[in-house]
Design a protein around this ligand. Structure first.
Ligand code: PMP
Ligand code: G9A
Length: 405
C-alpha cells in the first residue's frame, strides 16, 4: 500500500529521534548504554513507598478513574505550588499552574501556541533534541546561541537580537534548559540568567525555561530559577516528575501567567482532554506522603557518585585532545573529540565492536555543527558499567585518533 499520498505535508518534516532510536540498545544487556536519558532503574518507585497507594486511588475512585479537568487535579496543583516555592523559590498560585502529560507535551503546546511558519525561535547550541523535534513541526527559523561553561552566551544573544531588530525581526521566544542542561550538562550563571531576563524585557520576547534537572543538583550551588526572578510574566516554566519520581507516570507541570495557562489549557483540551487522572493521583500520593522529598536526596547522592565515577574514568582513560563538561547535577556529560571525527559515523563500531552506546552530538545542534561531539548519560548505567563503558569508549576513540593522525 502506498501511504505517501495520504500523509499531510508536515509528515515530510517529521524525523525519528536519535535518542528514541537508540533506546533499544538499553535493552541489550551486552551493550553498555550511555545513550538514553533514563533514570537509574534502581531508583524507580519501590513497593514500600507505594504501599497504600492502591487503596488511596480507590478512595478517590470517582476522580482518579473519571475524566478530569484539563488544568489538572486541584490538590496536585497545590502541591506543585508548595514544592516550587520550597525547592525552586518560585512564587505562584494554583491558577498559574497546569499539569501536563510530561514536559514533552508542554513543549508541543508551546510549539503550537507560539510558532507560525517562519517565526524566529532562539535555542542554545546544543539544545534538547526532542524540543527541536516538536518545534520543527511548526517550521520556525532558528537562531542558535553558543554556550560555554557558564551556559548560554547572552552577550552573543544580545548581538543577534540587535541584528534581528535592525531587520525588523522580533523572535517569539528563547528556549533554554538553564540548569544541568540536556545535552551539555552545563548550568547558566546567575548573571546570565538576569541578563537574559533584561534582554527579554528590552527586546520583548518570552523565555521558555525547561527545568527537569534543577531539583537534582549535587552541591551547595544555588541555582535561582529564571522564573523566580520574572517580574513581567515572560517566563514559561516547565518541570516534571520524570527525574524525581518516575517517567512512566508521564506527569509534568507548567508555571506561567494565568492568561498563558488559559491558552495552554485550550490547546491541551484538543490533545488529551487531561493528563491521566490515575497518574496524577499517584503523583499526589507521592507528594502528600513526602515520598518525593525523601527520595530527592537519595537520587542526588547516587547520581553524584555516578557523575564522579564517570569524570574519574574519563580522566583516567580518554586520550588527550578530548574534553568534556563537568556538570553540577542532572544526568549528562558532553564530550568533544578531535575536530575531524564524526561520532555518528563511529556509532555502529561503538555498538557492534566495543559494545557501548552514546548519543552522537550533532542532532542537538541546529546549525549542523557538533559532529565531533557525543552525549553521555551517567544516571542509567551502574558504576561498574560506567568504568568499563568509558574504558571501551576510550579504546574506540584512541583507535579513531590513531587512524586520523
Ligand atoms: N525537557 C528536557 C530538557 C528533558 O531532558 C526531558 C526528558 N529527557 C524532557 C523535557 C521531557 O520530560 P518528560 O518525561 O517530562 O516528558
Ligand atoms: O526516552 C526519552 O526519549 C526521554 C529521554 C530523553 C533524553 O535521553 O534526552
Amino acid at each position: 500500500m502506498d501511504y505517501e499520498k495520504f500523509y499531510a505535508s508536515r509528515v515530510s518534516i517529521m524525523r525519528p529521534s536519535d535518542i528514541r532510536e537508540l533506546l533499544k540498545w538499553s535493552l541489550d544487556k551486552s551493550v553498555i548504554s550511555f545513550a538514553g536519558g533514563l533514570p537509574d532503574p534502581k531508583l524507580l518507585p519501590k513497593s514500600f513507598e507505594l504501599e497504600g497507594c492502591f487503596e488511596y486511588l480507590m478512595a478517590k475512585n470517582e476522580y482518579a478513574f473519571q475524566y478530569g479537568e484539563t488544568e489538572g487535579v486541584g490538590e496536585l496543583k497545590k502541591e506543585v505550588v508548595r514544592f516550587s516555592k520550597k525547592y525552586g523559590n518560585i512564587d505562584a498560585n494554583e491558577n498559574q499552574v497546569i499539569i501536563t502529560t510530561g514536559s514533552q507535551q508542554a513543549l508541543d503546546i508551546i510549539s503550537r501556541l507560539f510558532i507560525d511558519k517562519g517565526d524566529y525561535v532562539i535555542v542554545e547550541l546544543p539544545t534538547y533534541l526532542a524540543a527541536l523535534q516538536v518545534f520543527n513541526l511548526s517550521e520556525p527559523r532558528y537562531v542558535g546561541i553558543q554556550m560555554d561553561e557558564k551556559g548560554m552566551r547572552t552577550d552573543i544573544l544580545e548581538d543577534k537580537l540587535r541584528e534581528l531588530k535592525s531587520n525588523g525581526i522580533l523572535p517569539k521566544f528563547v528556549y533554554t534548559v538553564p540548569t544541568c542542561q540536556n545535552p551539555s550538562g552545563t548550568s547558566m550563571s546567575i548573571d546570565r540568567r538576569k541578563h537574559l531576563l533584561e534582554l527579554a524585557s528590552k527586546y520583548d520576547f518570552l523565555i521558555v525555561e525547561d527545568d527537569p534537572y534543577g531539583y537534582i543538583t549535587f552541591g551547595d550551588e544555588k541555582v535561582e530559577r529564571i522564573k523566580a526572578m520574572d517580574k513581567e510574566g515572560r517566563v514559561i516554566y516547565l518541570s516534571t516528575f520524570s527525574k524525581i519520581f518516575s517517567p512512566g507516570l508521564r506527569v509534568g507541570w507548567v508555571i506561567a501567567s494565568e492568561e498563558l495557562i488559559r491558552s495552554i489549557a485550550i490547546a491541551k483540551q484538543g490533545m488529551d482532554l487531561s493528563t491521566s487522572p490515575v497518574s496524577q493521583y499517584i503523583a499526589l500520593f507521592a507528594m502528600e506522603k513526602g515520598i518525593i522529598e525523601k527520595r530527592i536526596p537519595i537520587i542526588v547522592g547516587e547520581y553524584k557518585k555516578k557523575r564522579d565515577v564517570m569524570l574519574q574514568s574519563l580522566e583516567s582513560y580518554m586520550p588527550s585532545e578530548t574534553r568534556w563538561t563537568k556538570p553540577i547535577g542532572g544526568m549528562f556529560i558532553f564530550v568533544w573529540l578531535k575536530d575531524m571525527l564524526d561520532t555518528k559515523l563511529m556509532l555502529e563500531k561503538a555498538i557492534k565492536n566495543y559494545k557501548v552506546s552514546y548519543v552522537p552530538g550533532r542532532s542537538f545542534f541546529i546549525d549542523g555543527s557538533g559532529r565531533n561531539t557525543m552525549r553521555l548519560n551517567f544516571s542509567y548505567p551502574s558504576e561498574e558499567q560506567i568504568r568499563e563503558g568509558i574504558r571501551r569508549l576510550s579504546n574506540l576513540i584512541k583507535e579513531e585518533y590513531g587512524s586520523t593522525s
